[in-house]
Design a protein around this ligand. Structure first.
Ligand code: SAM
Length: 215
């Protein structure tokens, strides 16, 4: 086992220039399929139309293309429910993400033009850390991203996939994943506003191909 502990933020990015969302139709289908979960979460939140800023986030957004349909639908529903509240949409990913392409995709496409009083921002802070000022995130979403660890605990010797890991290598990755999941949950607990919701869609094991939920 070769200890490396390389921080993932130092090398991780999807291929830029719009390639990611052109080549990853399956991920878009997953997010489109999860749109109902987001709308259900919104229904349960029943946010007041009290004039304060409402913040939504897509965490691990890549170039924003795969989530654009869901984001347009949910922001449209927020605008309908909350006419007095300024909307803030925040796209987050790691620092090496192609954020220029993200803005070309979500703003250059004009898909968000019909949603009034909307501000769009991006953050390069990892979702393993707090991203927002405490208690200010109302609705967080993340798809097909939370399986990425914060660091590489060790190389998998003689293989490129977890199926080839030795017992000790596998144990190191399991422990890294456990710590990172805890970091994700505690960071969102800090970010979320009272009554807020954060949900994610992720690869599932044990016969389920994908799992998702809002809590
Ligand atoms: C497979 S892509 C999924 C993109 C999009 N959410 C989708 O479902 O199509 C995973 C994304 O998560 C990002 N990512 C990985 N680790 C991250 C972290 N710690 N914080 C924020 N983004 C991260 C990657 O850079 C990448 O853009």
């Amino acid at each position: 086992m070769t200890p490396t502990a390389a921080p993932v933020s130092g090398f991780m990015s999807m291929k830029g220039g719009g390639y990611y969302s052109r080549a990853t139709v399956g991920a878009r289908h997953v997010i489109d399929g999860a749109t109902g979960l987001v709308l259900d979460a919104l229904e349960r939140m029943a946010p007041d139309d009290d004039g304060t800023v409402f913040t939504m986030a897509d965490m691990g957004c890549a170039d924003g293309g795969t989530s654009l349909g869901m984001v347009v639908t949910v922001l449209g529903e927020l605008r309908r429910r909350l006419p007095s509240r300024p909307l803030q949409m925040v796209y987050t990913d790691l620092p090496r993400n192609d954020f220029s392409e993200l803005f070309r995709t979500v703003l250059g496409s004009g898909h968000l033009d019909g949603i009034g009083d909307l501000s769009v921002f991006a953050s390069g802070t990892s979702f393993h850390r707090p991203i927002f000022p405490p208690s200010t995130l109302n609705l967080g979403f993340s798809a097909t991203a939370s399986h990425y660890t914060d660091a590489v605990p060790c190389a998998i010797s003689g293989h490129v996939h977890m199926v080839g890991a030795t017992d000790s290598e596998r144990a190191a990755w399991v422990e890294q994943g456990r710590l990172d999941w805890e970091r994700i949950l505690t960071s969102r607990a800090r970010d979320l506003a009272a009554g807020g919701r954060a949900g994610r869609v992720a690869f599932g094991g044990g016969g389920r191909r994908a799992a998702g939920g809002f809590g």
